[in-house]
Design a protein around this ligand. Structure first.
Ligand SMILES: C[S@@+](CC[C@H](N)C(=O)[O-])C[C@H]1O[C@@H](n2cnc3c(N)ncnc32)[C@H](O)[C@@H]1O
Length: 280
């Protein structure tokens, strides 16, 4: 079945399943790369000792929950995600309420939360505008949202060697549904429009840079277990082994410059309009 033939619900379910299958690898290898960015966003949100209800939308394995709880020590912090596997990891470590839910349809009451965090989630969604409308609904009037989405990325040269060898081995390029809807939110203007349309005001969008110097063994593991996993699986066992060995040979003795990843993210904060405040 082609991606275009899948319903949005099927795409969402497939993505959740993909996250579940890679949950351990994501948590151990990729989460440490992006967590500092999420933590910088949290530092820009109005989380205080008086904050009582916070929601982490698309919490994954809950990597941002400790920073949220530190910034709002009395708050009930609720984490929701659509991936069972990611939530299972979150539940092993965190005692806060965690629930399986689609961020495009929150089974939560309106006007409940003071702050919502939506970190590295919107670009996965068939309907990002629906997610932000839902976040707006569950926030109290005057409540704040913070988002992070991807801009441009420069993969480490070592990743190109994987691509090269996979292609030479005849690995299939697997188009994944709804994984890469980056177009929706990869500029200041797009984020501003999305947030405005969802009913937010006082919108502030800015960019930040991210640089990660992979340890060679972690980068190898990351390719094996996450980035190149599906393409490797499309090869038969022998071809797969040969492909991995060729990559290993080509990367043997590669210097650290081969492992530098750089990216740009769009960060945004905004406030749910408080219409009652205007009337008085
Ligand atoms: C890149 S991870 C980010 C996790 C976490 N926010 C962080 O910053 O580490 C994206 C998360 O969004 C979740 N997700 C994607 N689509 C979703 C949906 N429709 N409903 C709920 N969660 C979703 C995935 O399961 C995954 O855990």
């Amino acid at each position: 079945m082609k991606v275009a033939d899948l319903t949005a619900g099927q795409q969402t379910a497939m993505l959740a399943d993909r996250y579940s299958q890679r949950a351990q690898a994501y948590d151990g290898l990729w989460s440490p790369v992006i967590r500092p960015i999420g933590e910088r966003l949290i530092a820009r949100l109005p989380l205080t000792a008086d904050t009582s209800h916070v929601i982490d939308v698309g919490t994954g394995a809950g990597s941002l929950l400790p920073a949220i709880q530190l910034a709002a020590p009395s708050a009930v912090v609720v984490g929701i995600d659509r991936s069972q596997g990611m939530l299972r990891l979150a539940k092993e470590r965190h005692s806060c309420p965690l629930a399986l839910m689609d961020v495009q349809r929150l089974a939560l009451p309106a006007n409940r939360f003071e702050v919502a965090i939506v970190a590295f989630v919107l670009f996965h969604l068939p309907w990002p505008e629906q997610c932000l409308a839902e976040v707006n609904r569950v926030l109290q009037p005057g409540g704040s949202v913070g988002t992070v989405t991807w801009g441009s990325e420069t993969e480490p040269p070592a990743s190109a060697i994987w691509d090269d060898e996979l292609q030479a081995a005849g690995a299939r390029v697997i188009q994944l549904p709804a994984v890469d809807n980056r177009d929706c939110c990869d500029s200041t203007q797009k984020m501003t429009t999305l947030l405005e349309q969802a009913g937010f005001v006082s919108i502030n969008v800015w960019t930040e840079s991210i640089e990660h110097r992979w340890r060679p063994e972690d980068h190898f593991d990351y390719q094996l277990r996450m980035s190149s996993r599906l393409r490797l699986q499309s090869l038969d066992v022998q071809d797969r082994e040969s492909c991995i060995n060729r990559v290993r040979d080509r990367l043997f003795g590669a210097d650290r410059a081969q492992y530098v990843y750089r990216g740009e993210v769009f960060m945004a904060t905004a406030v749910k309009a408080d219409h009652s405040a205007r009337k008085h």
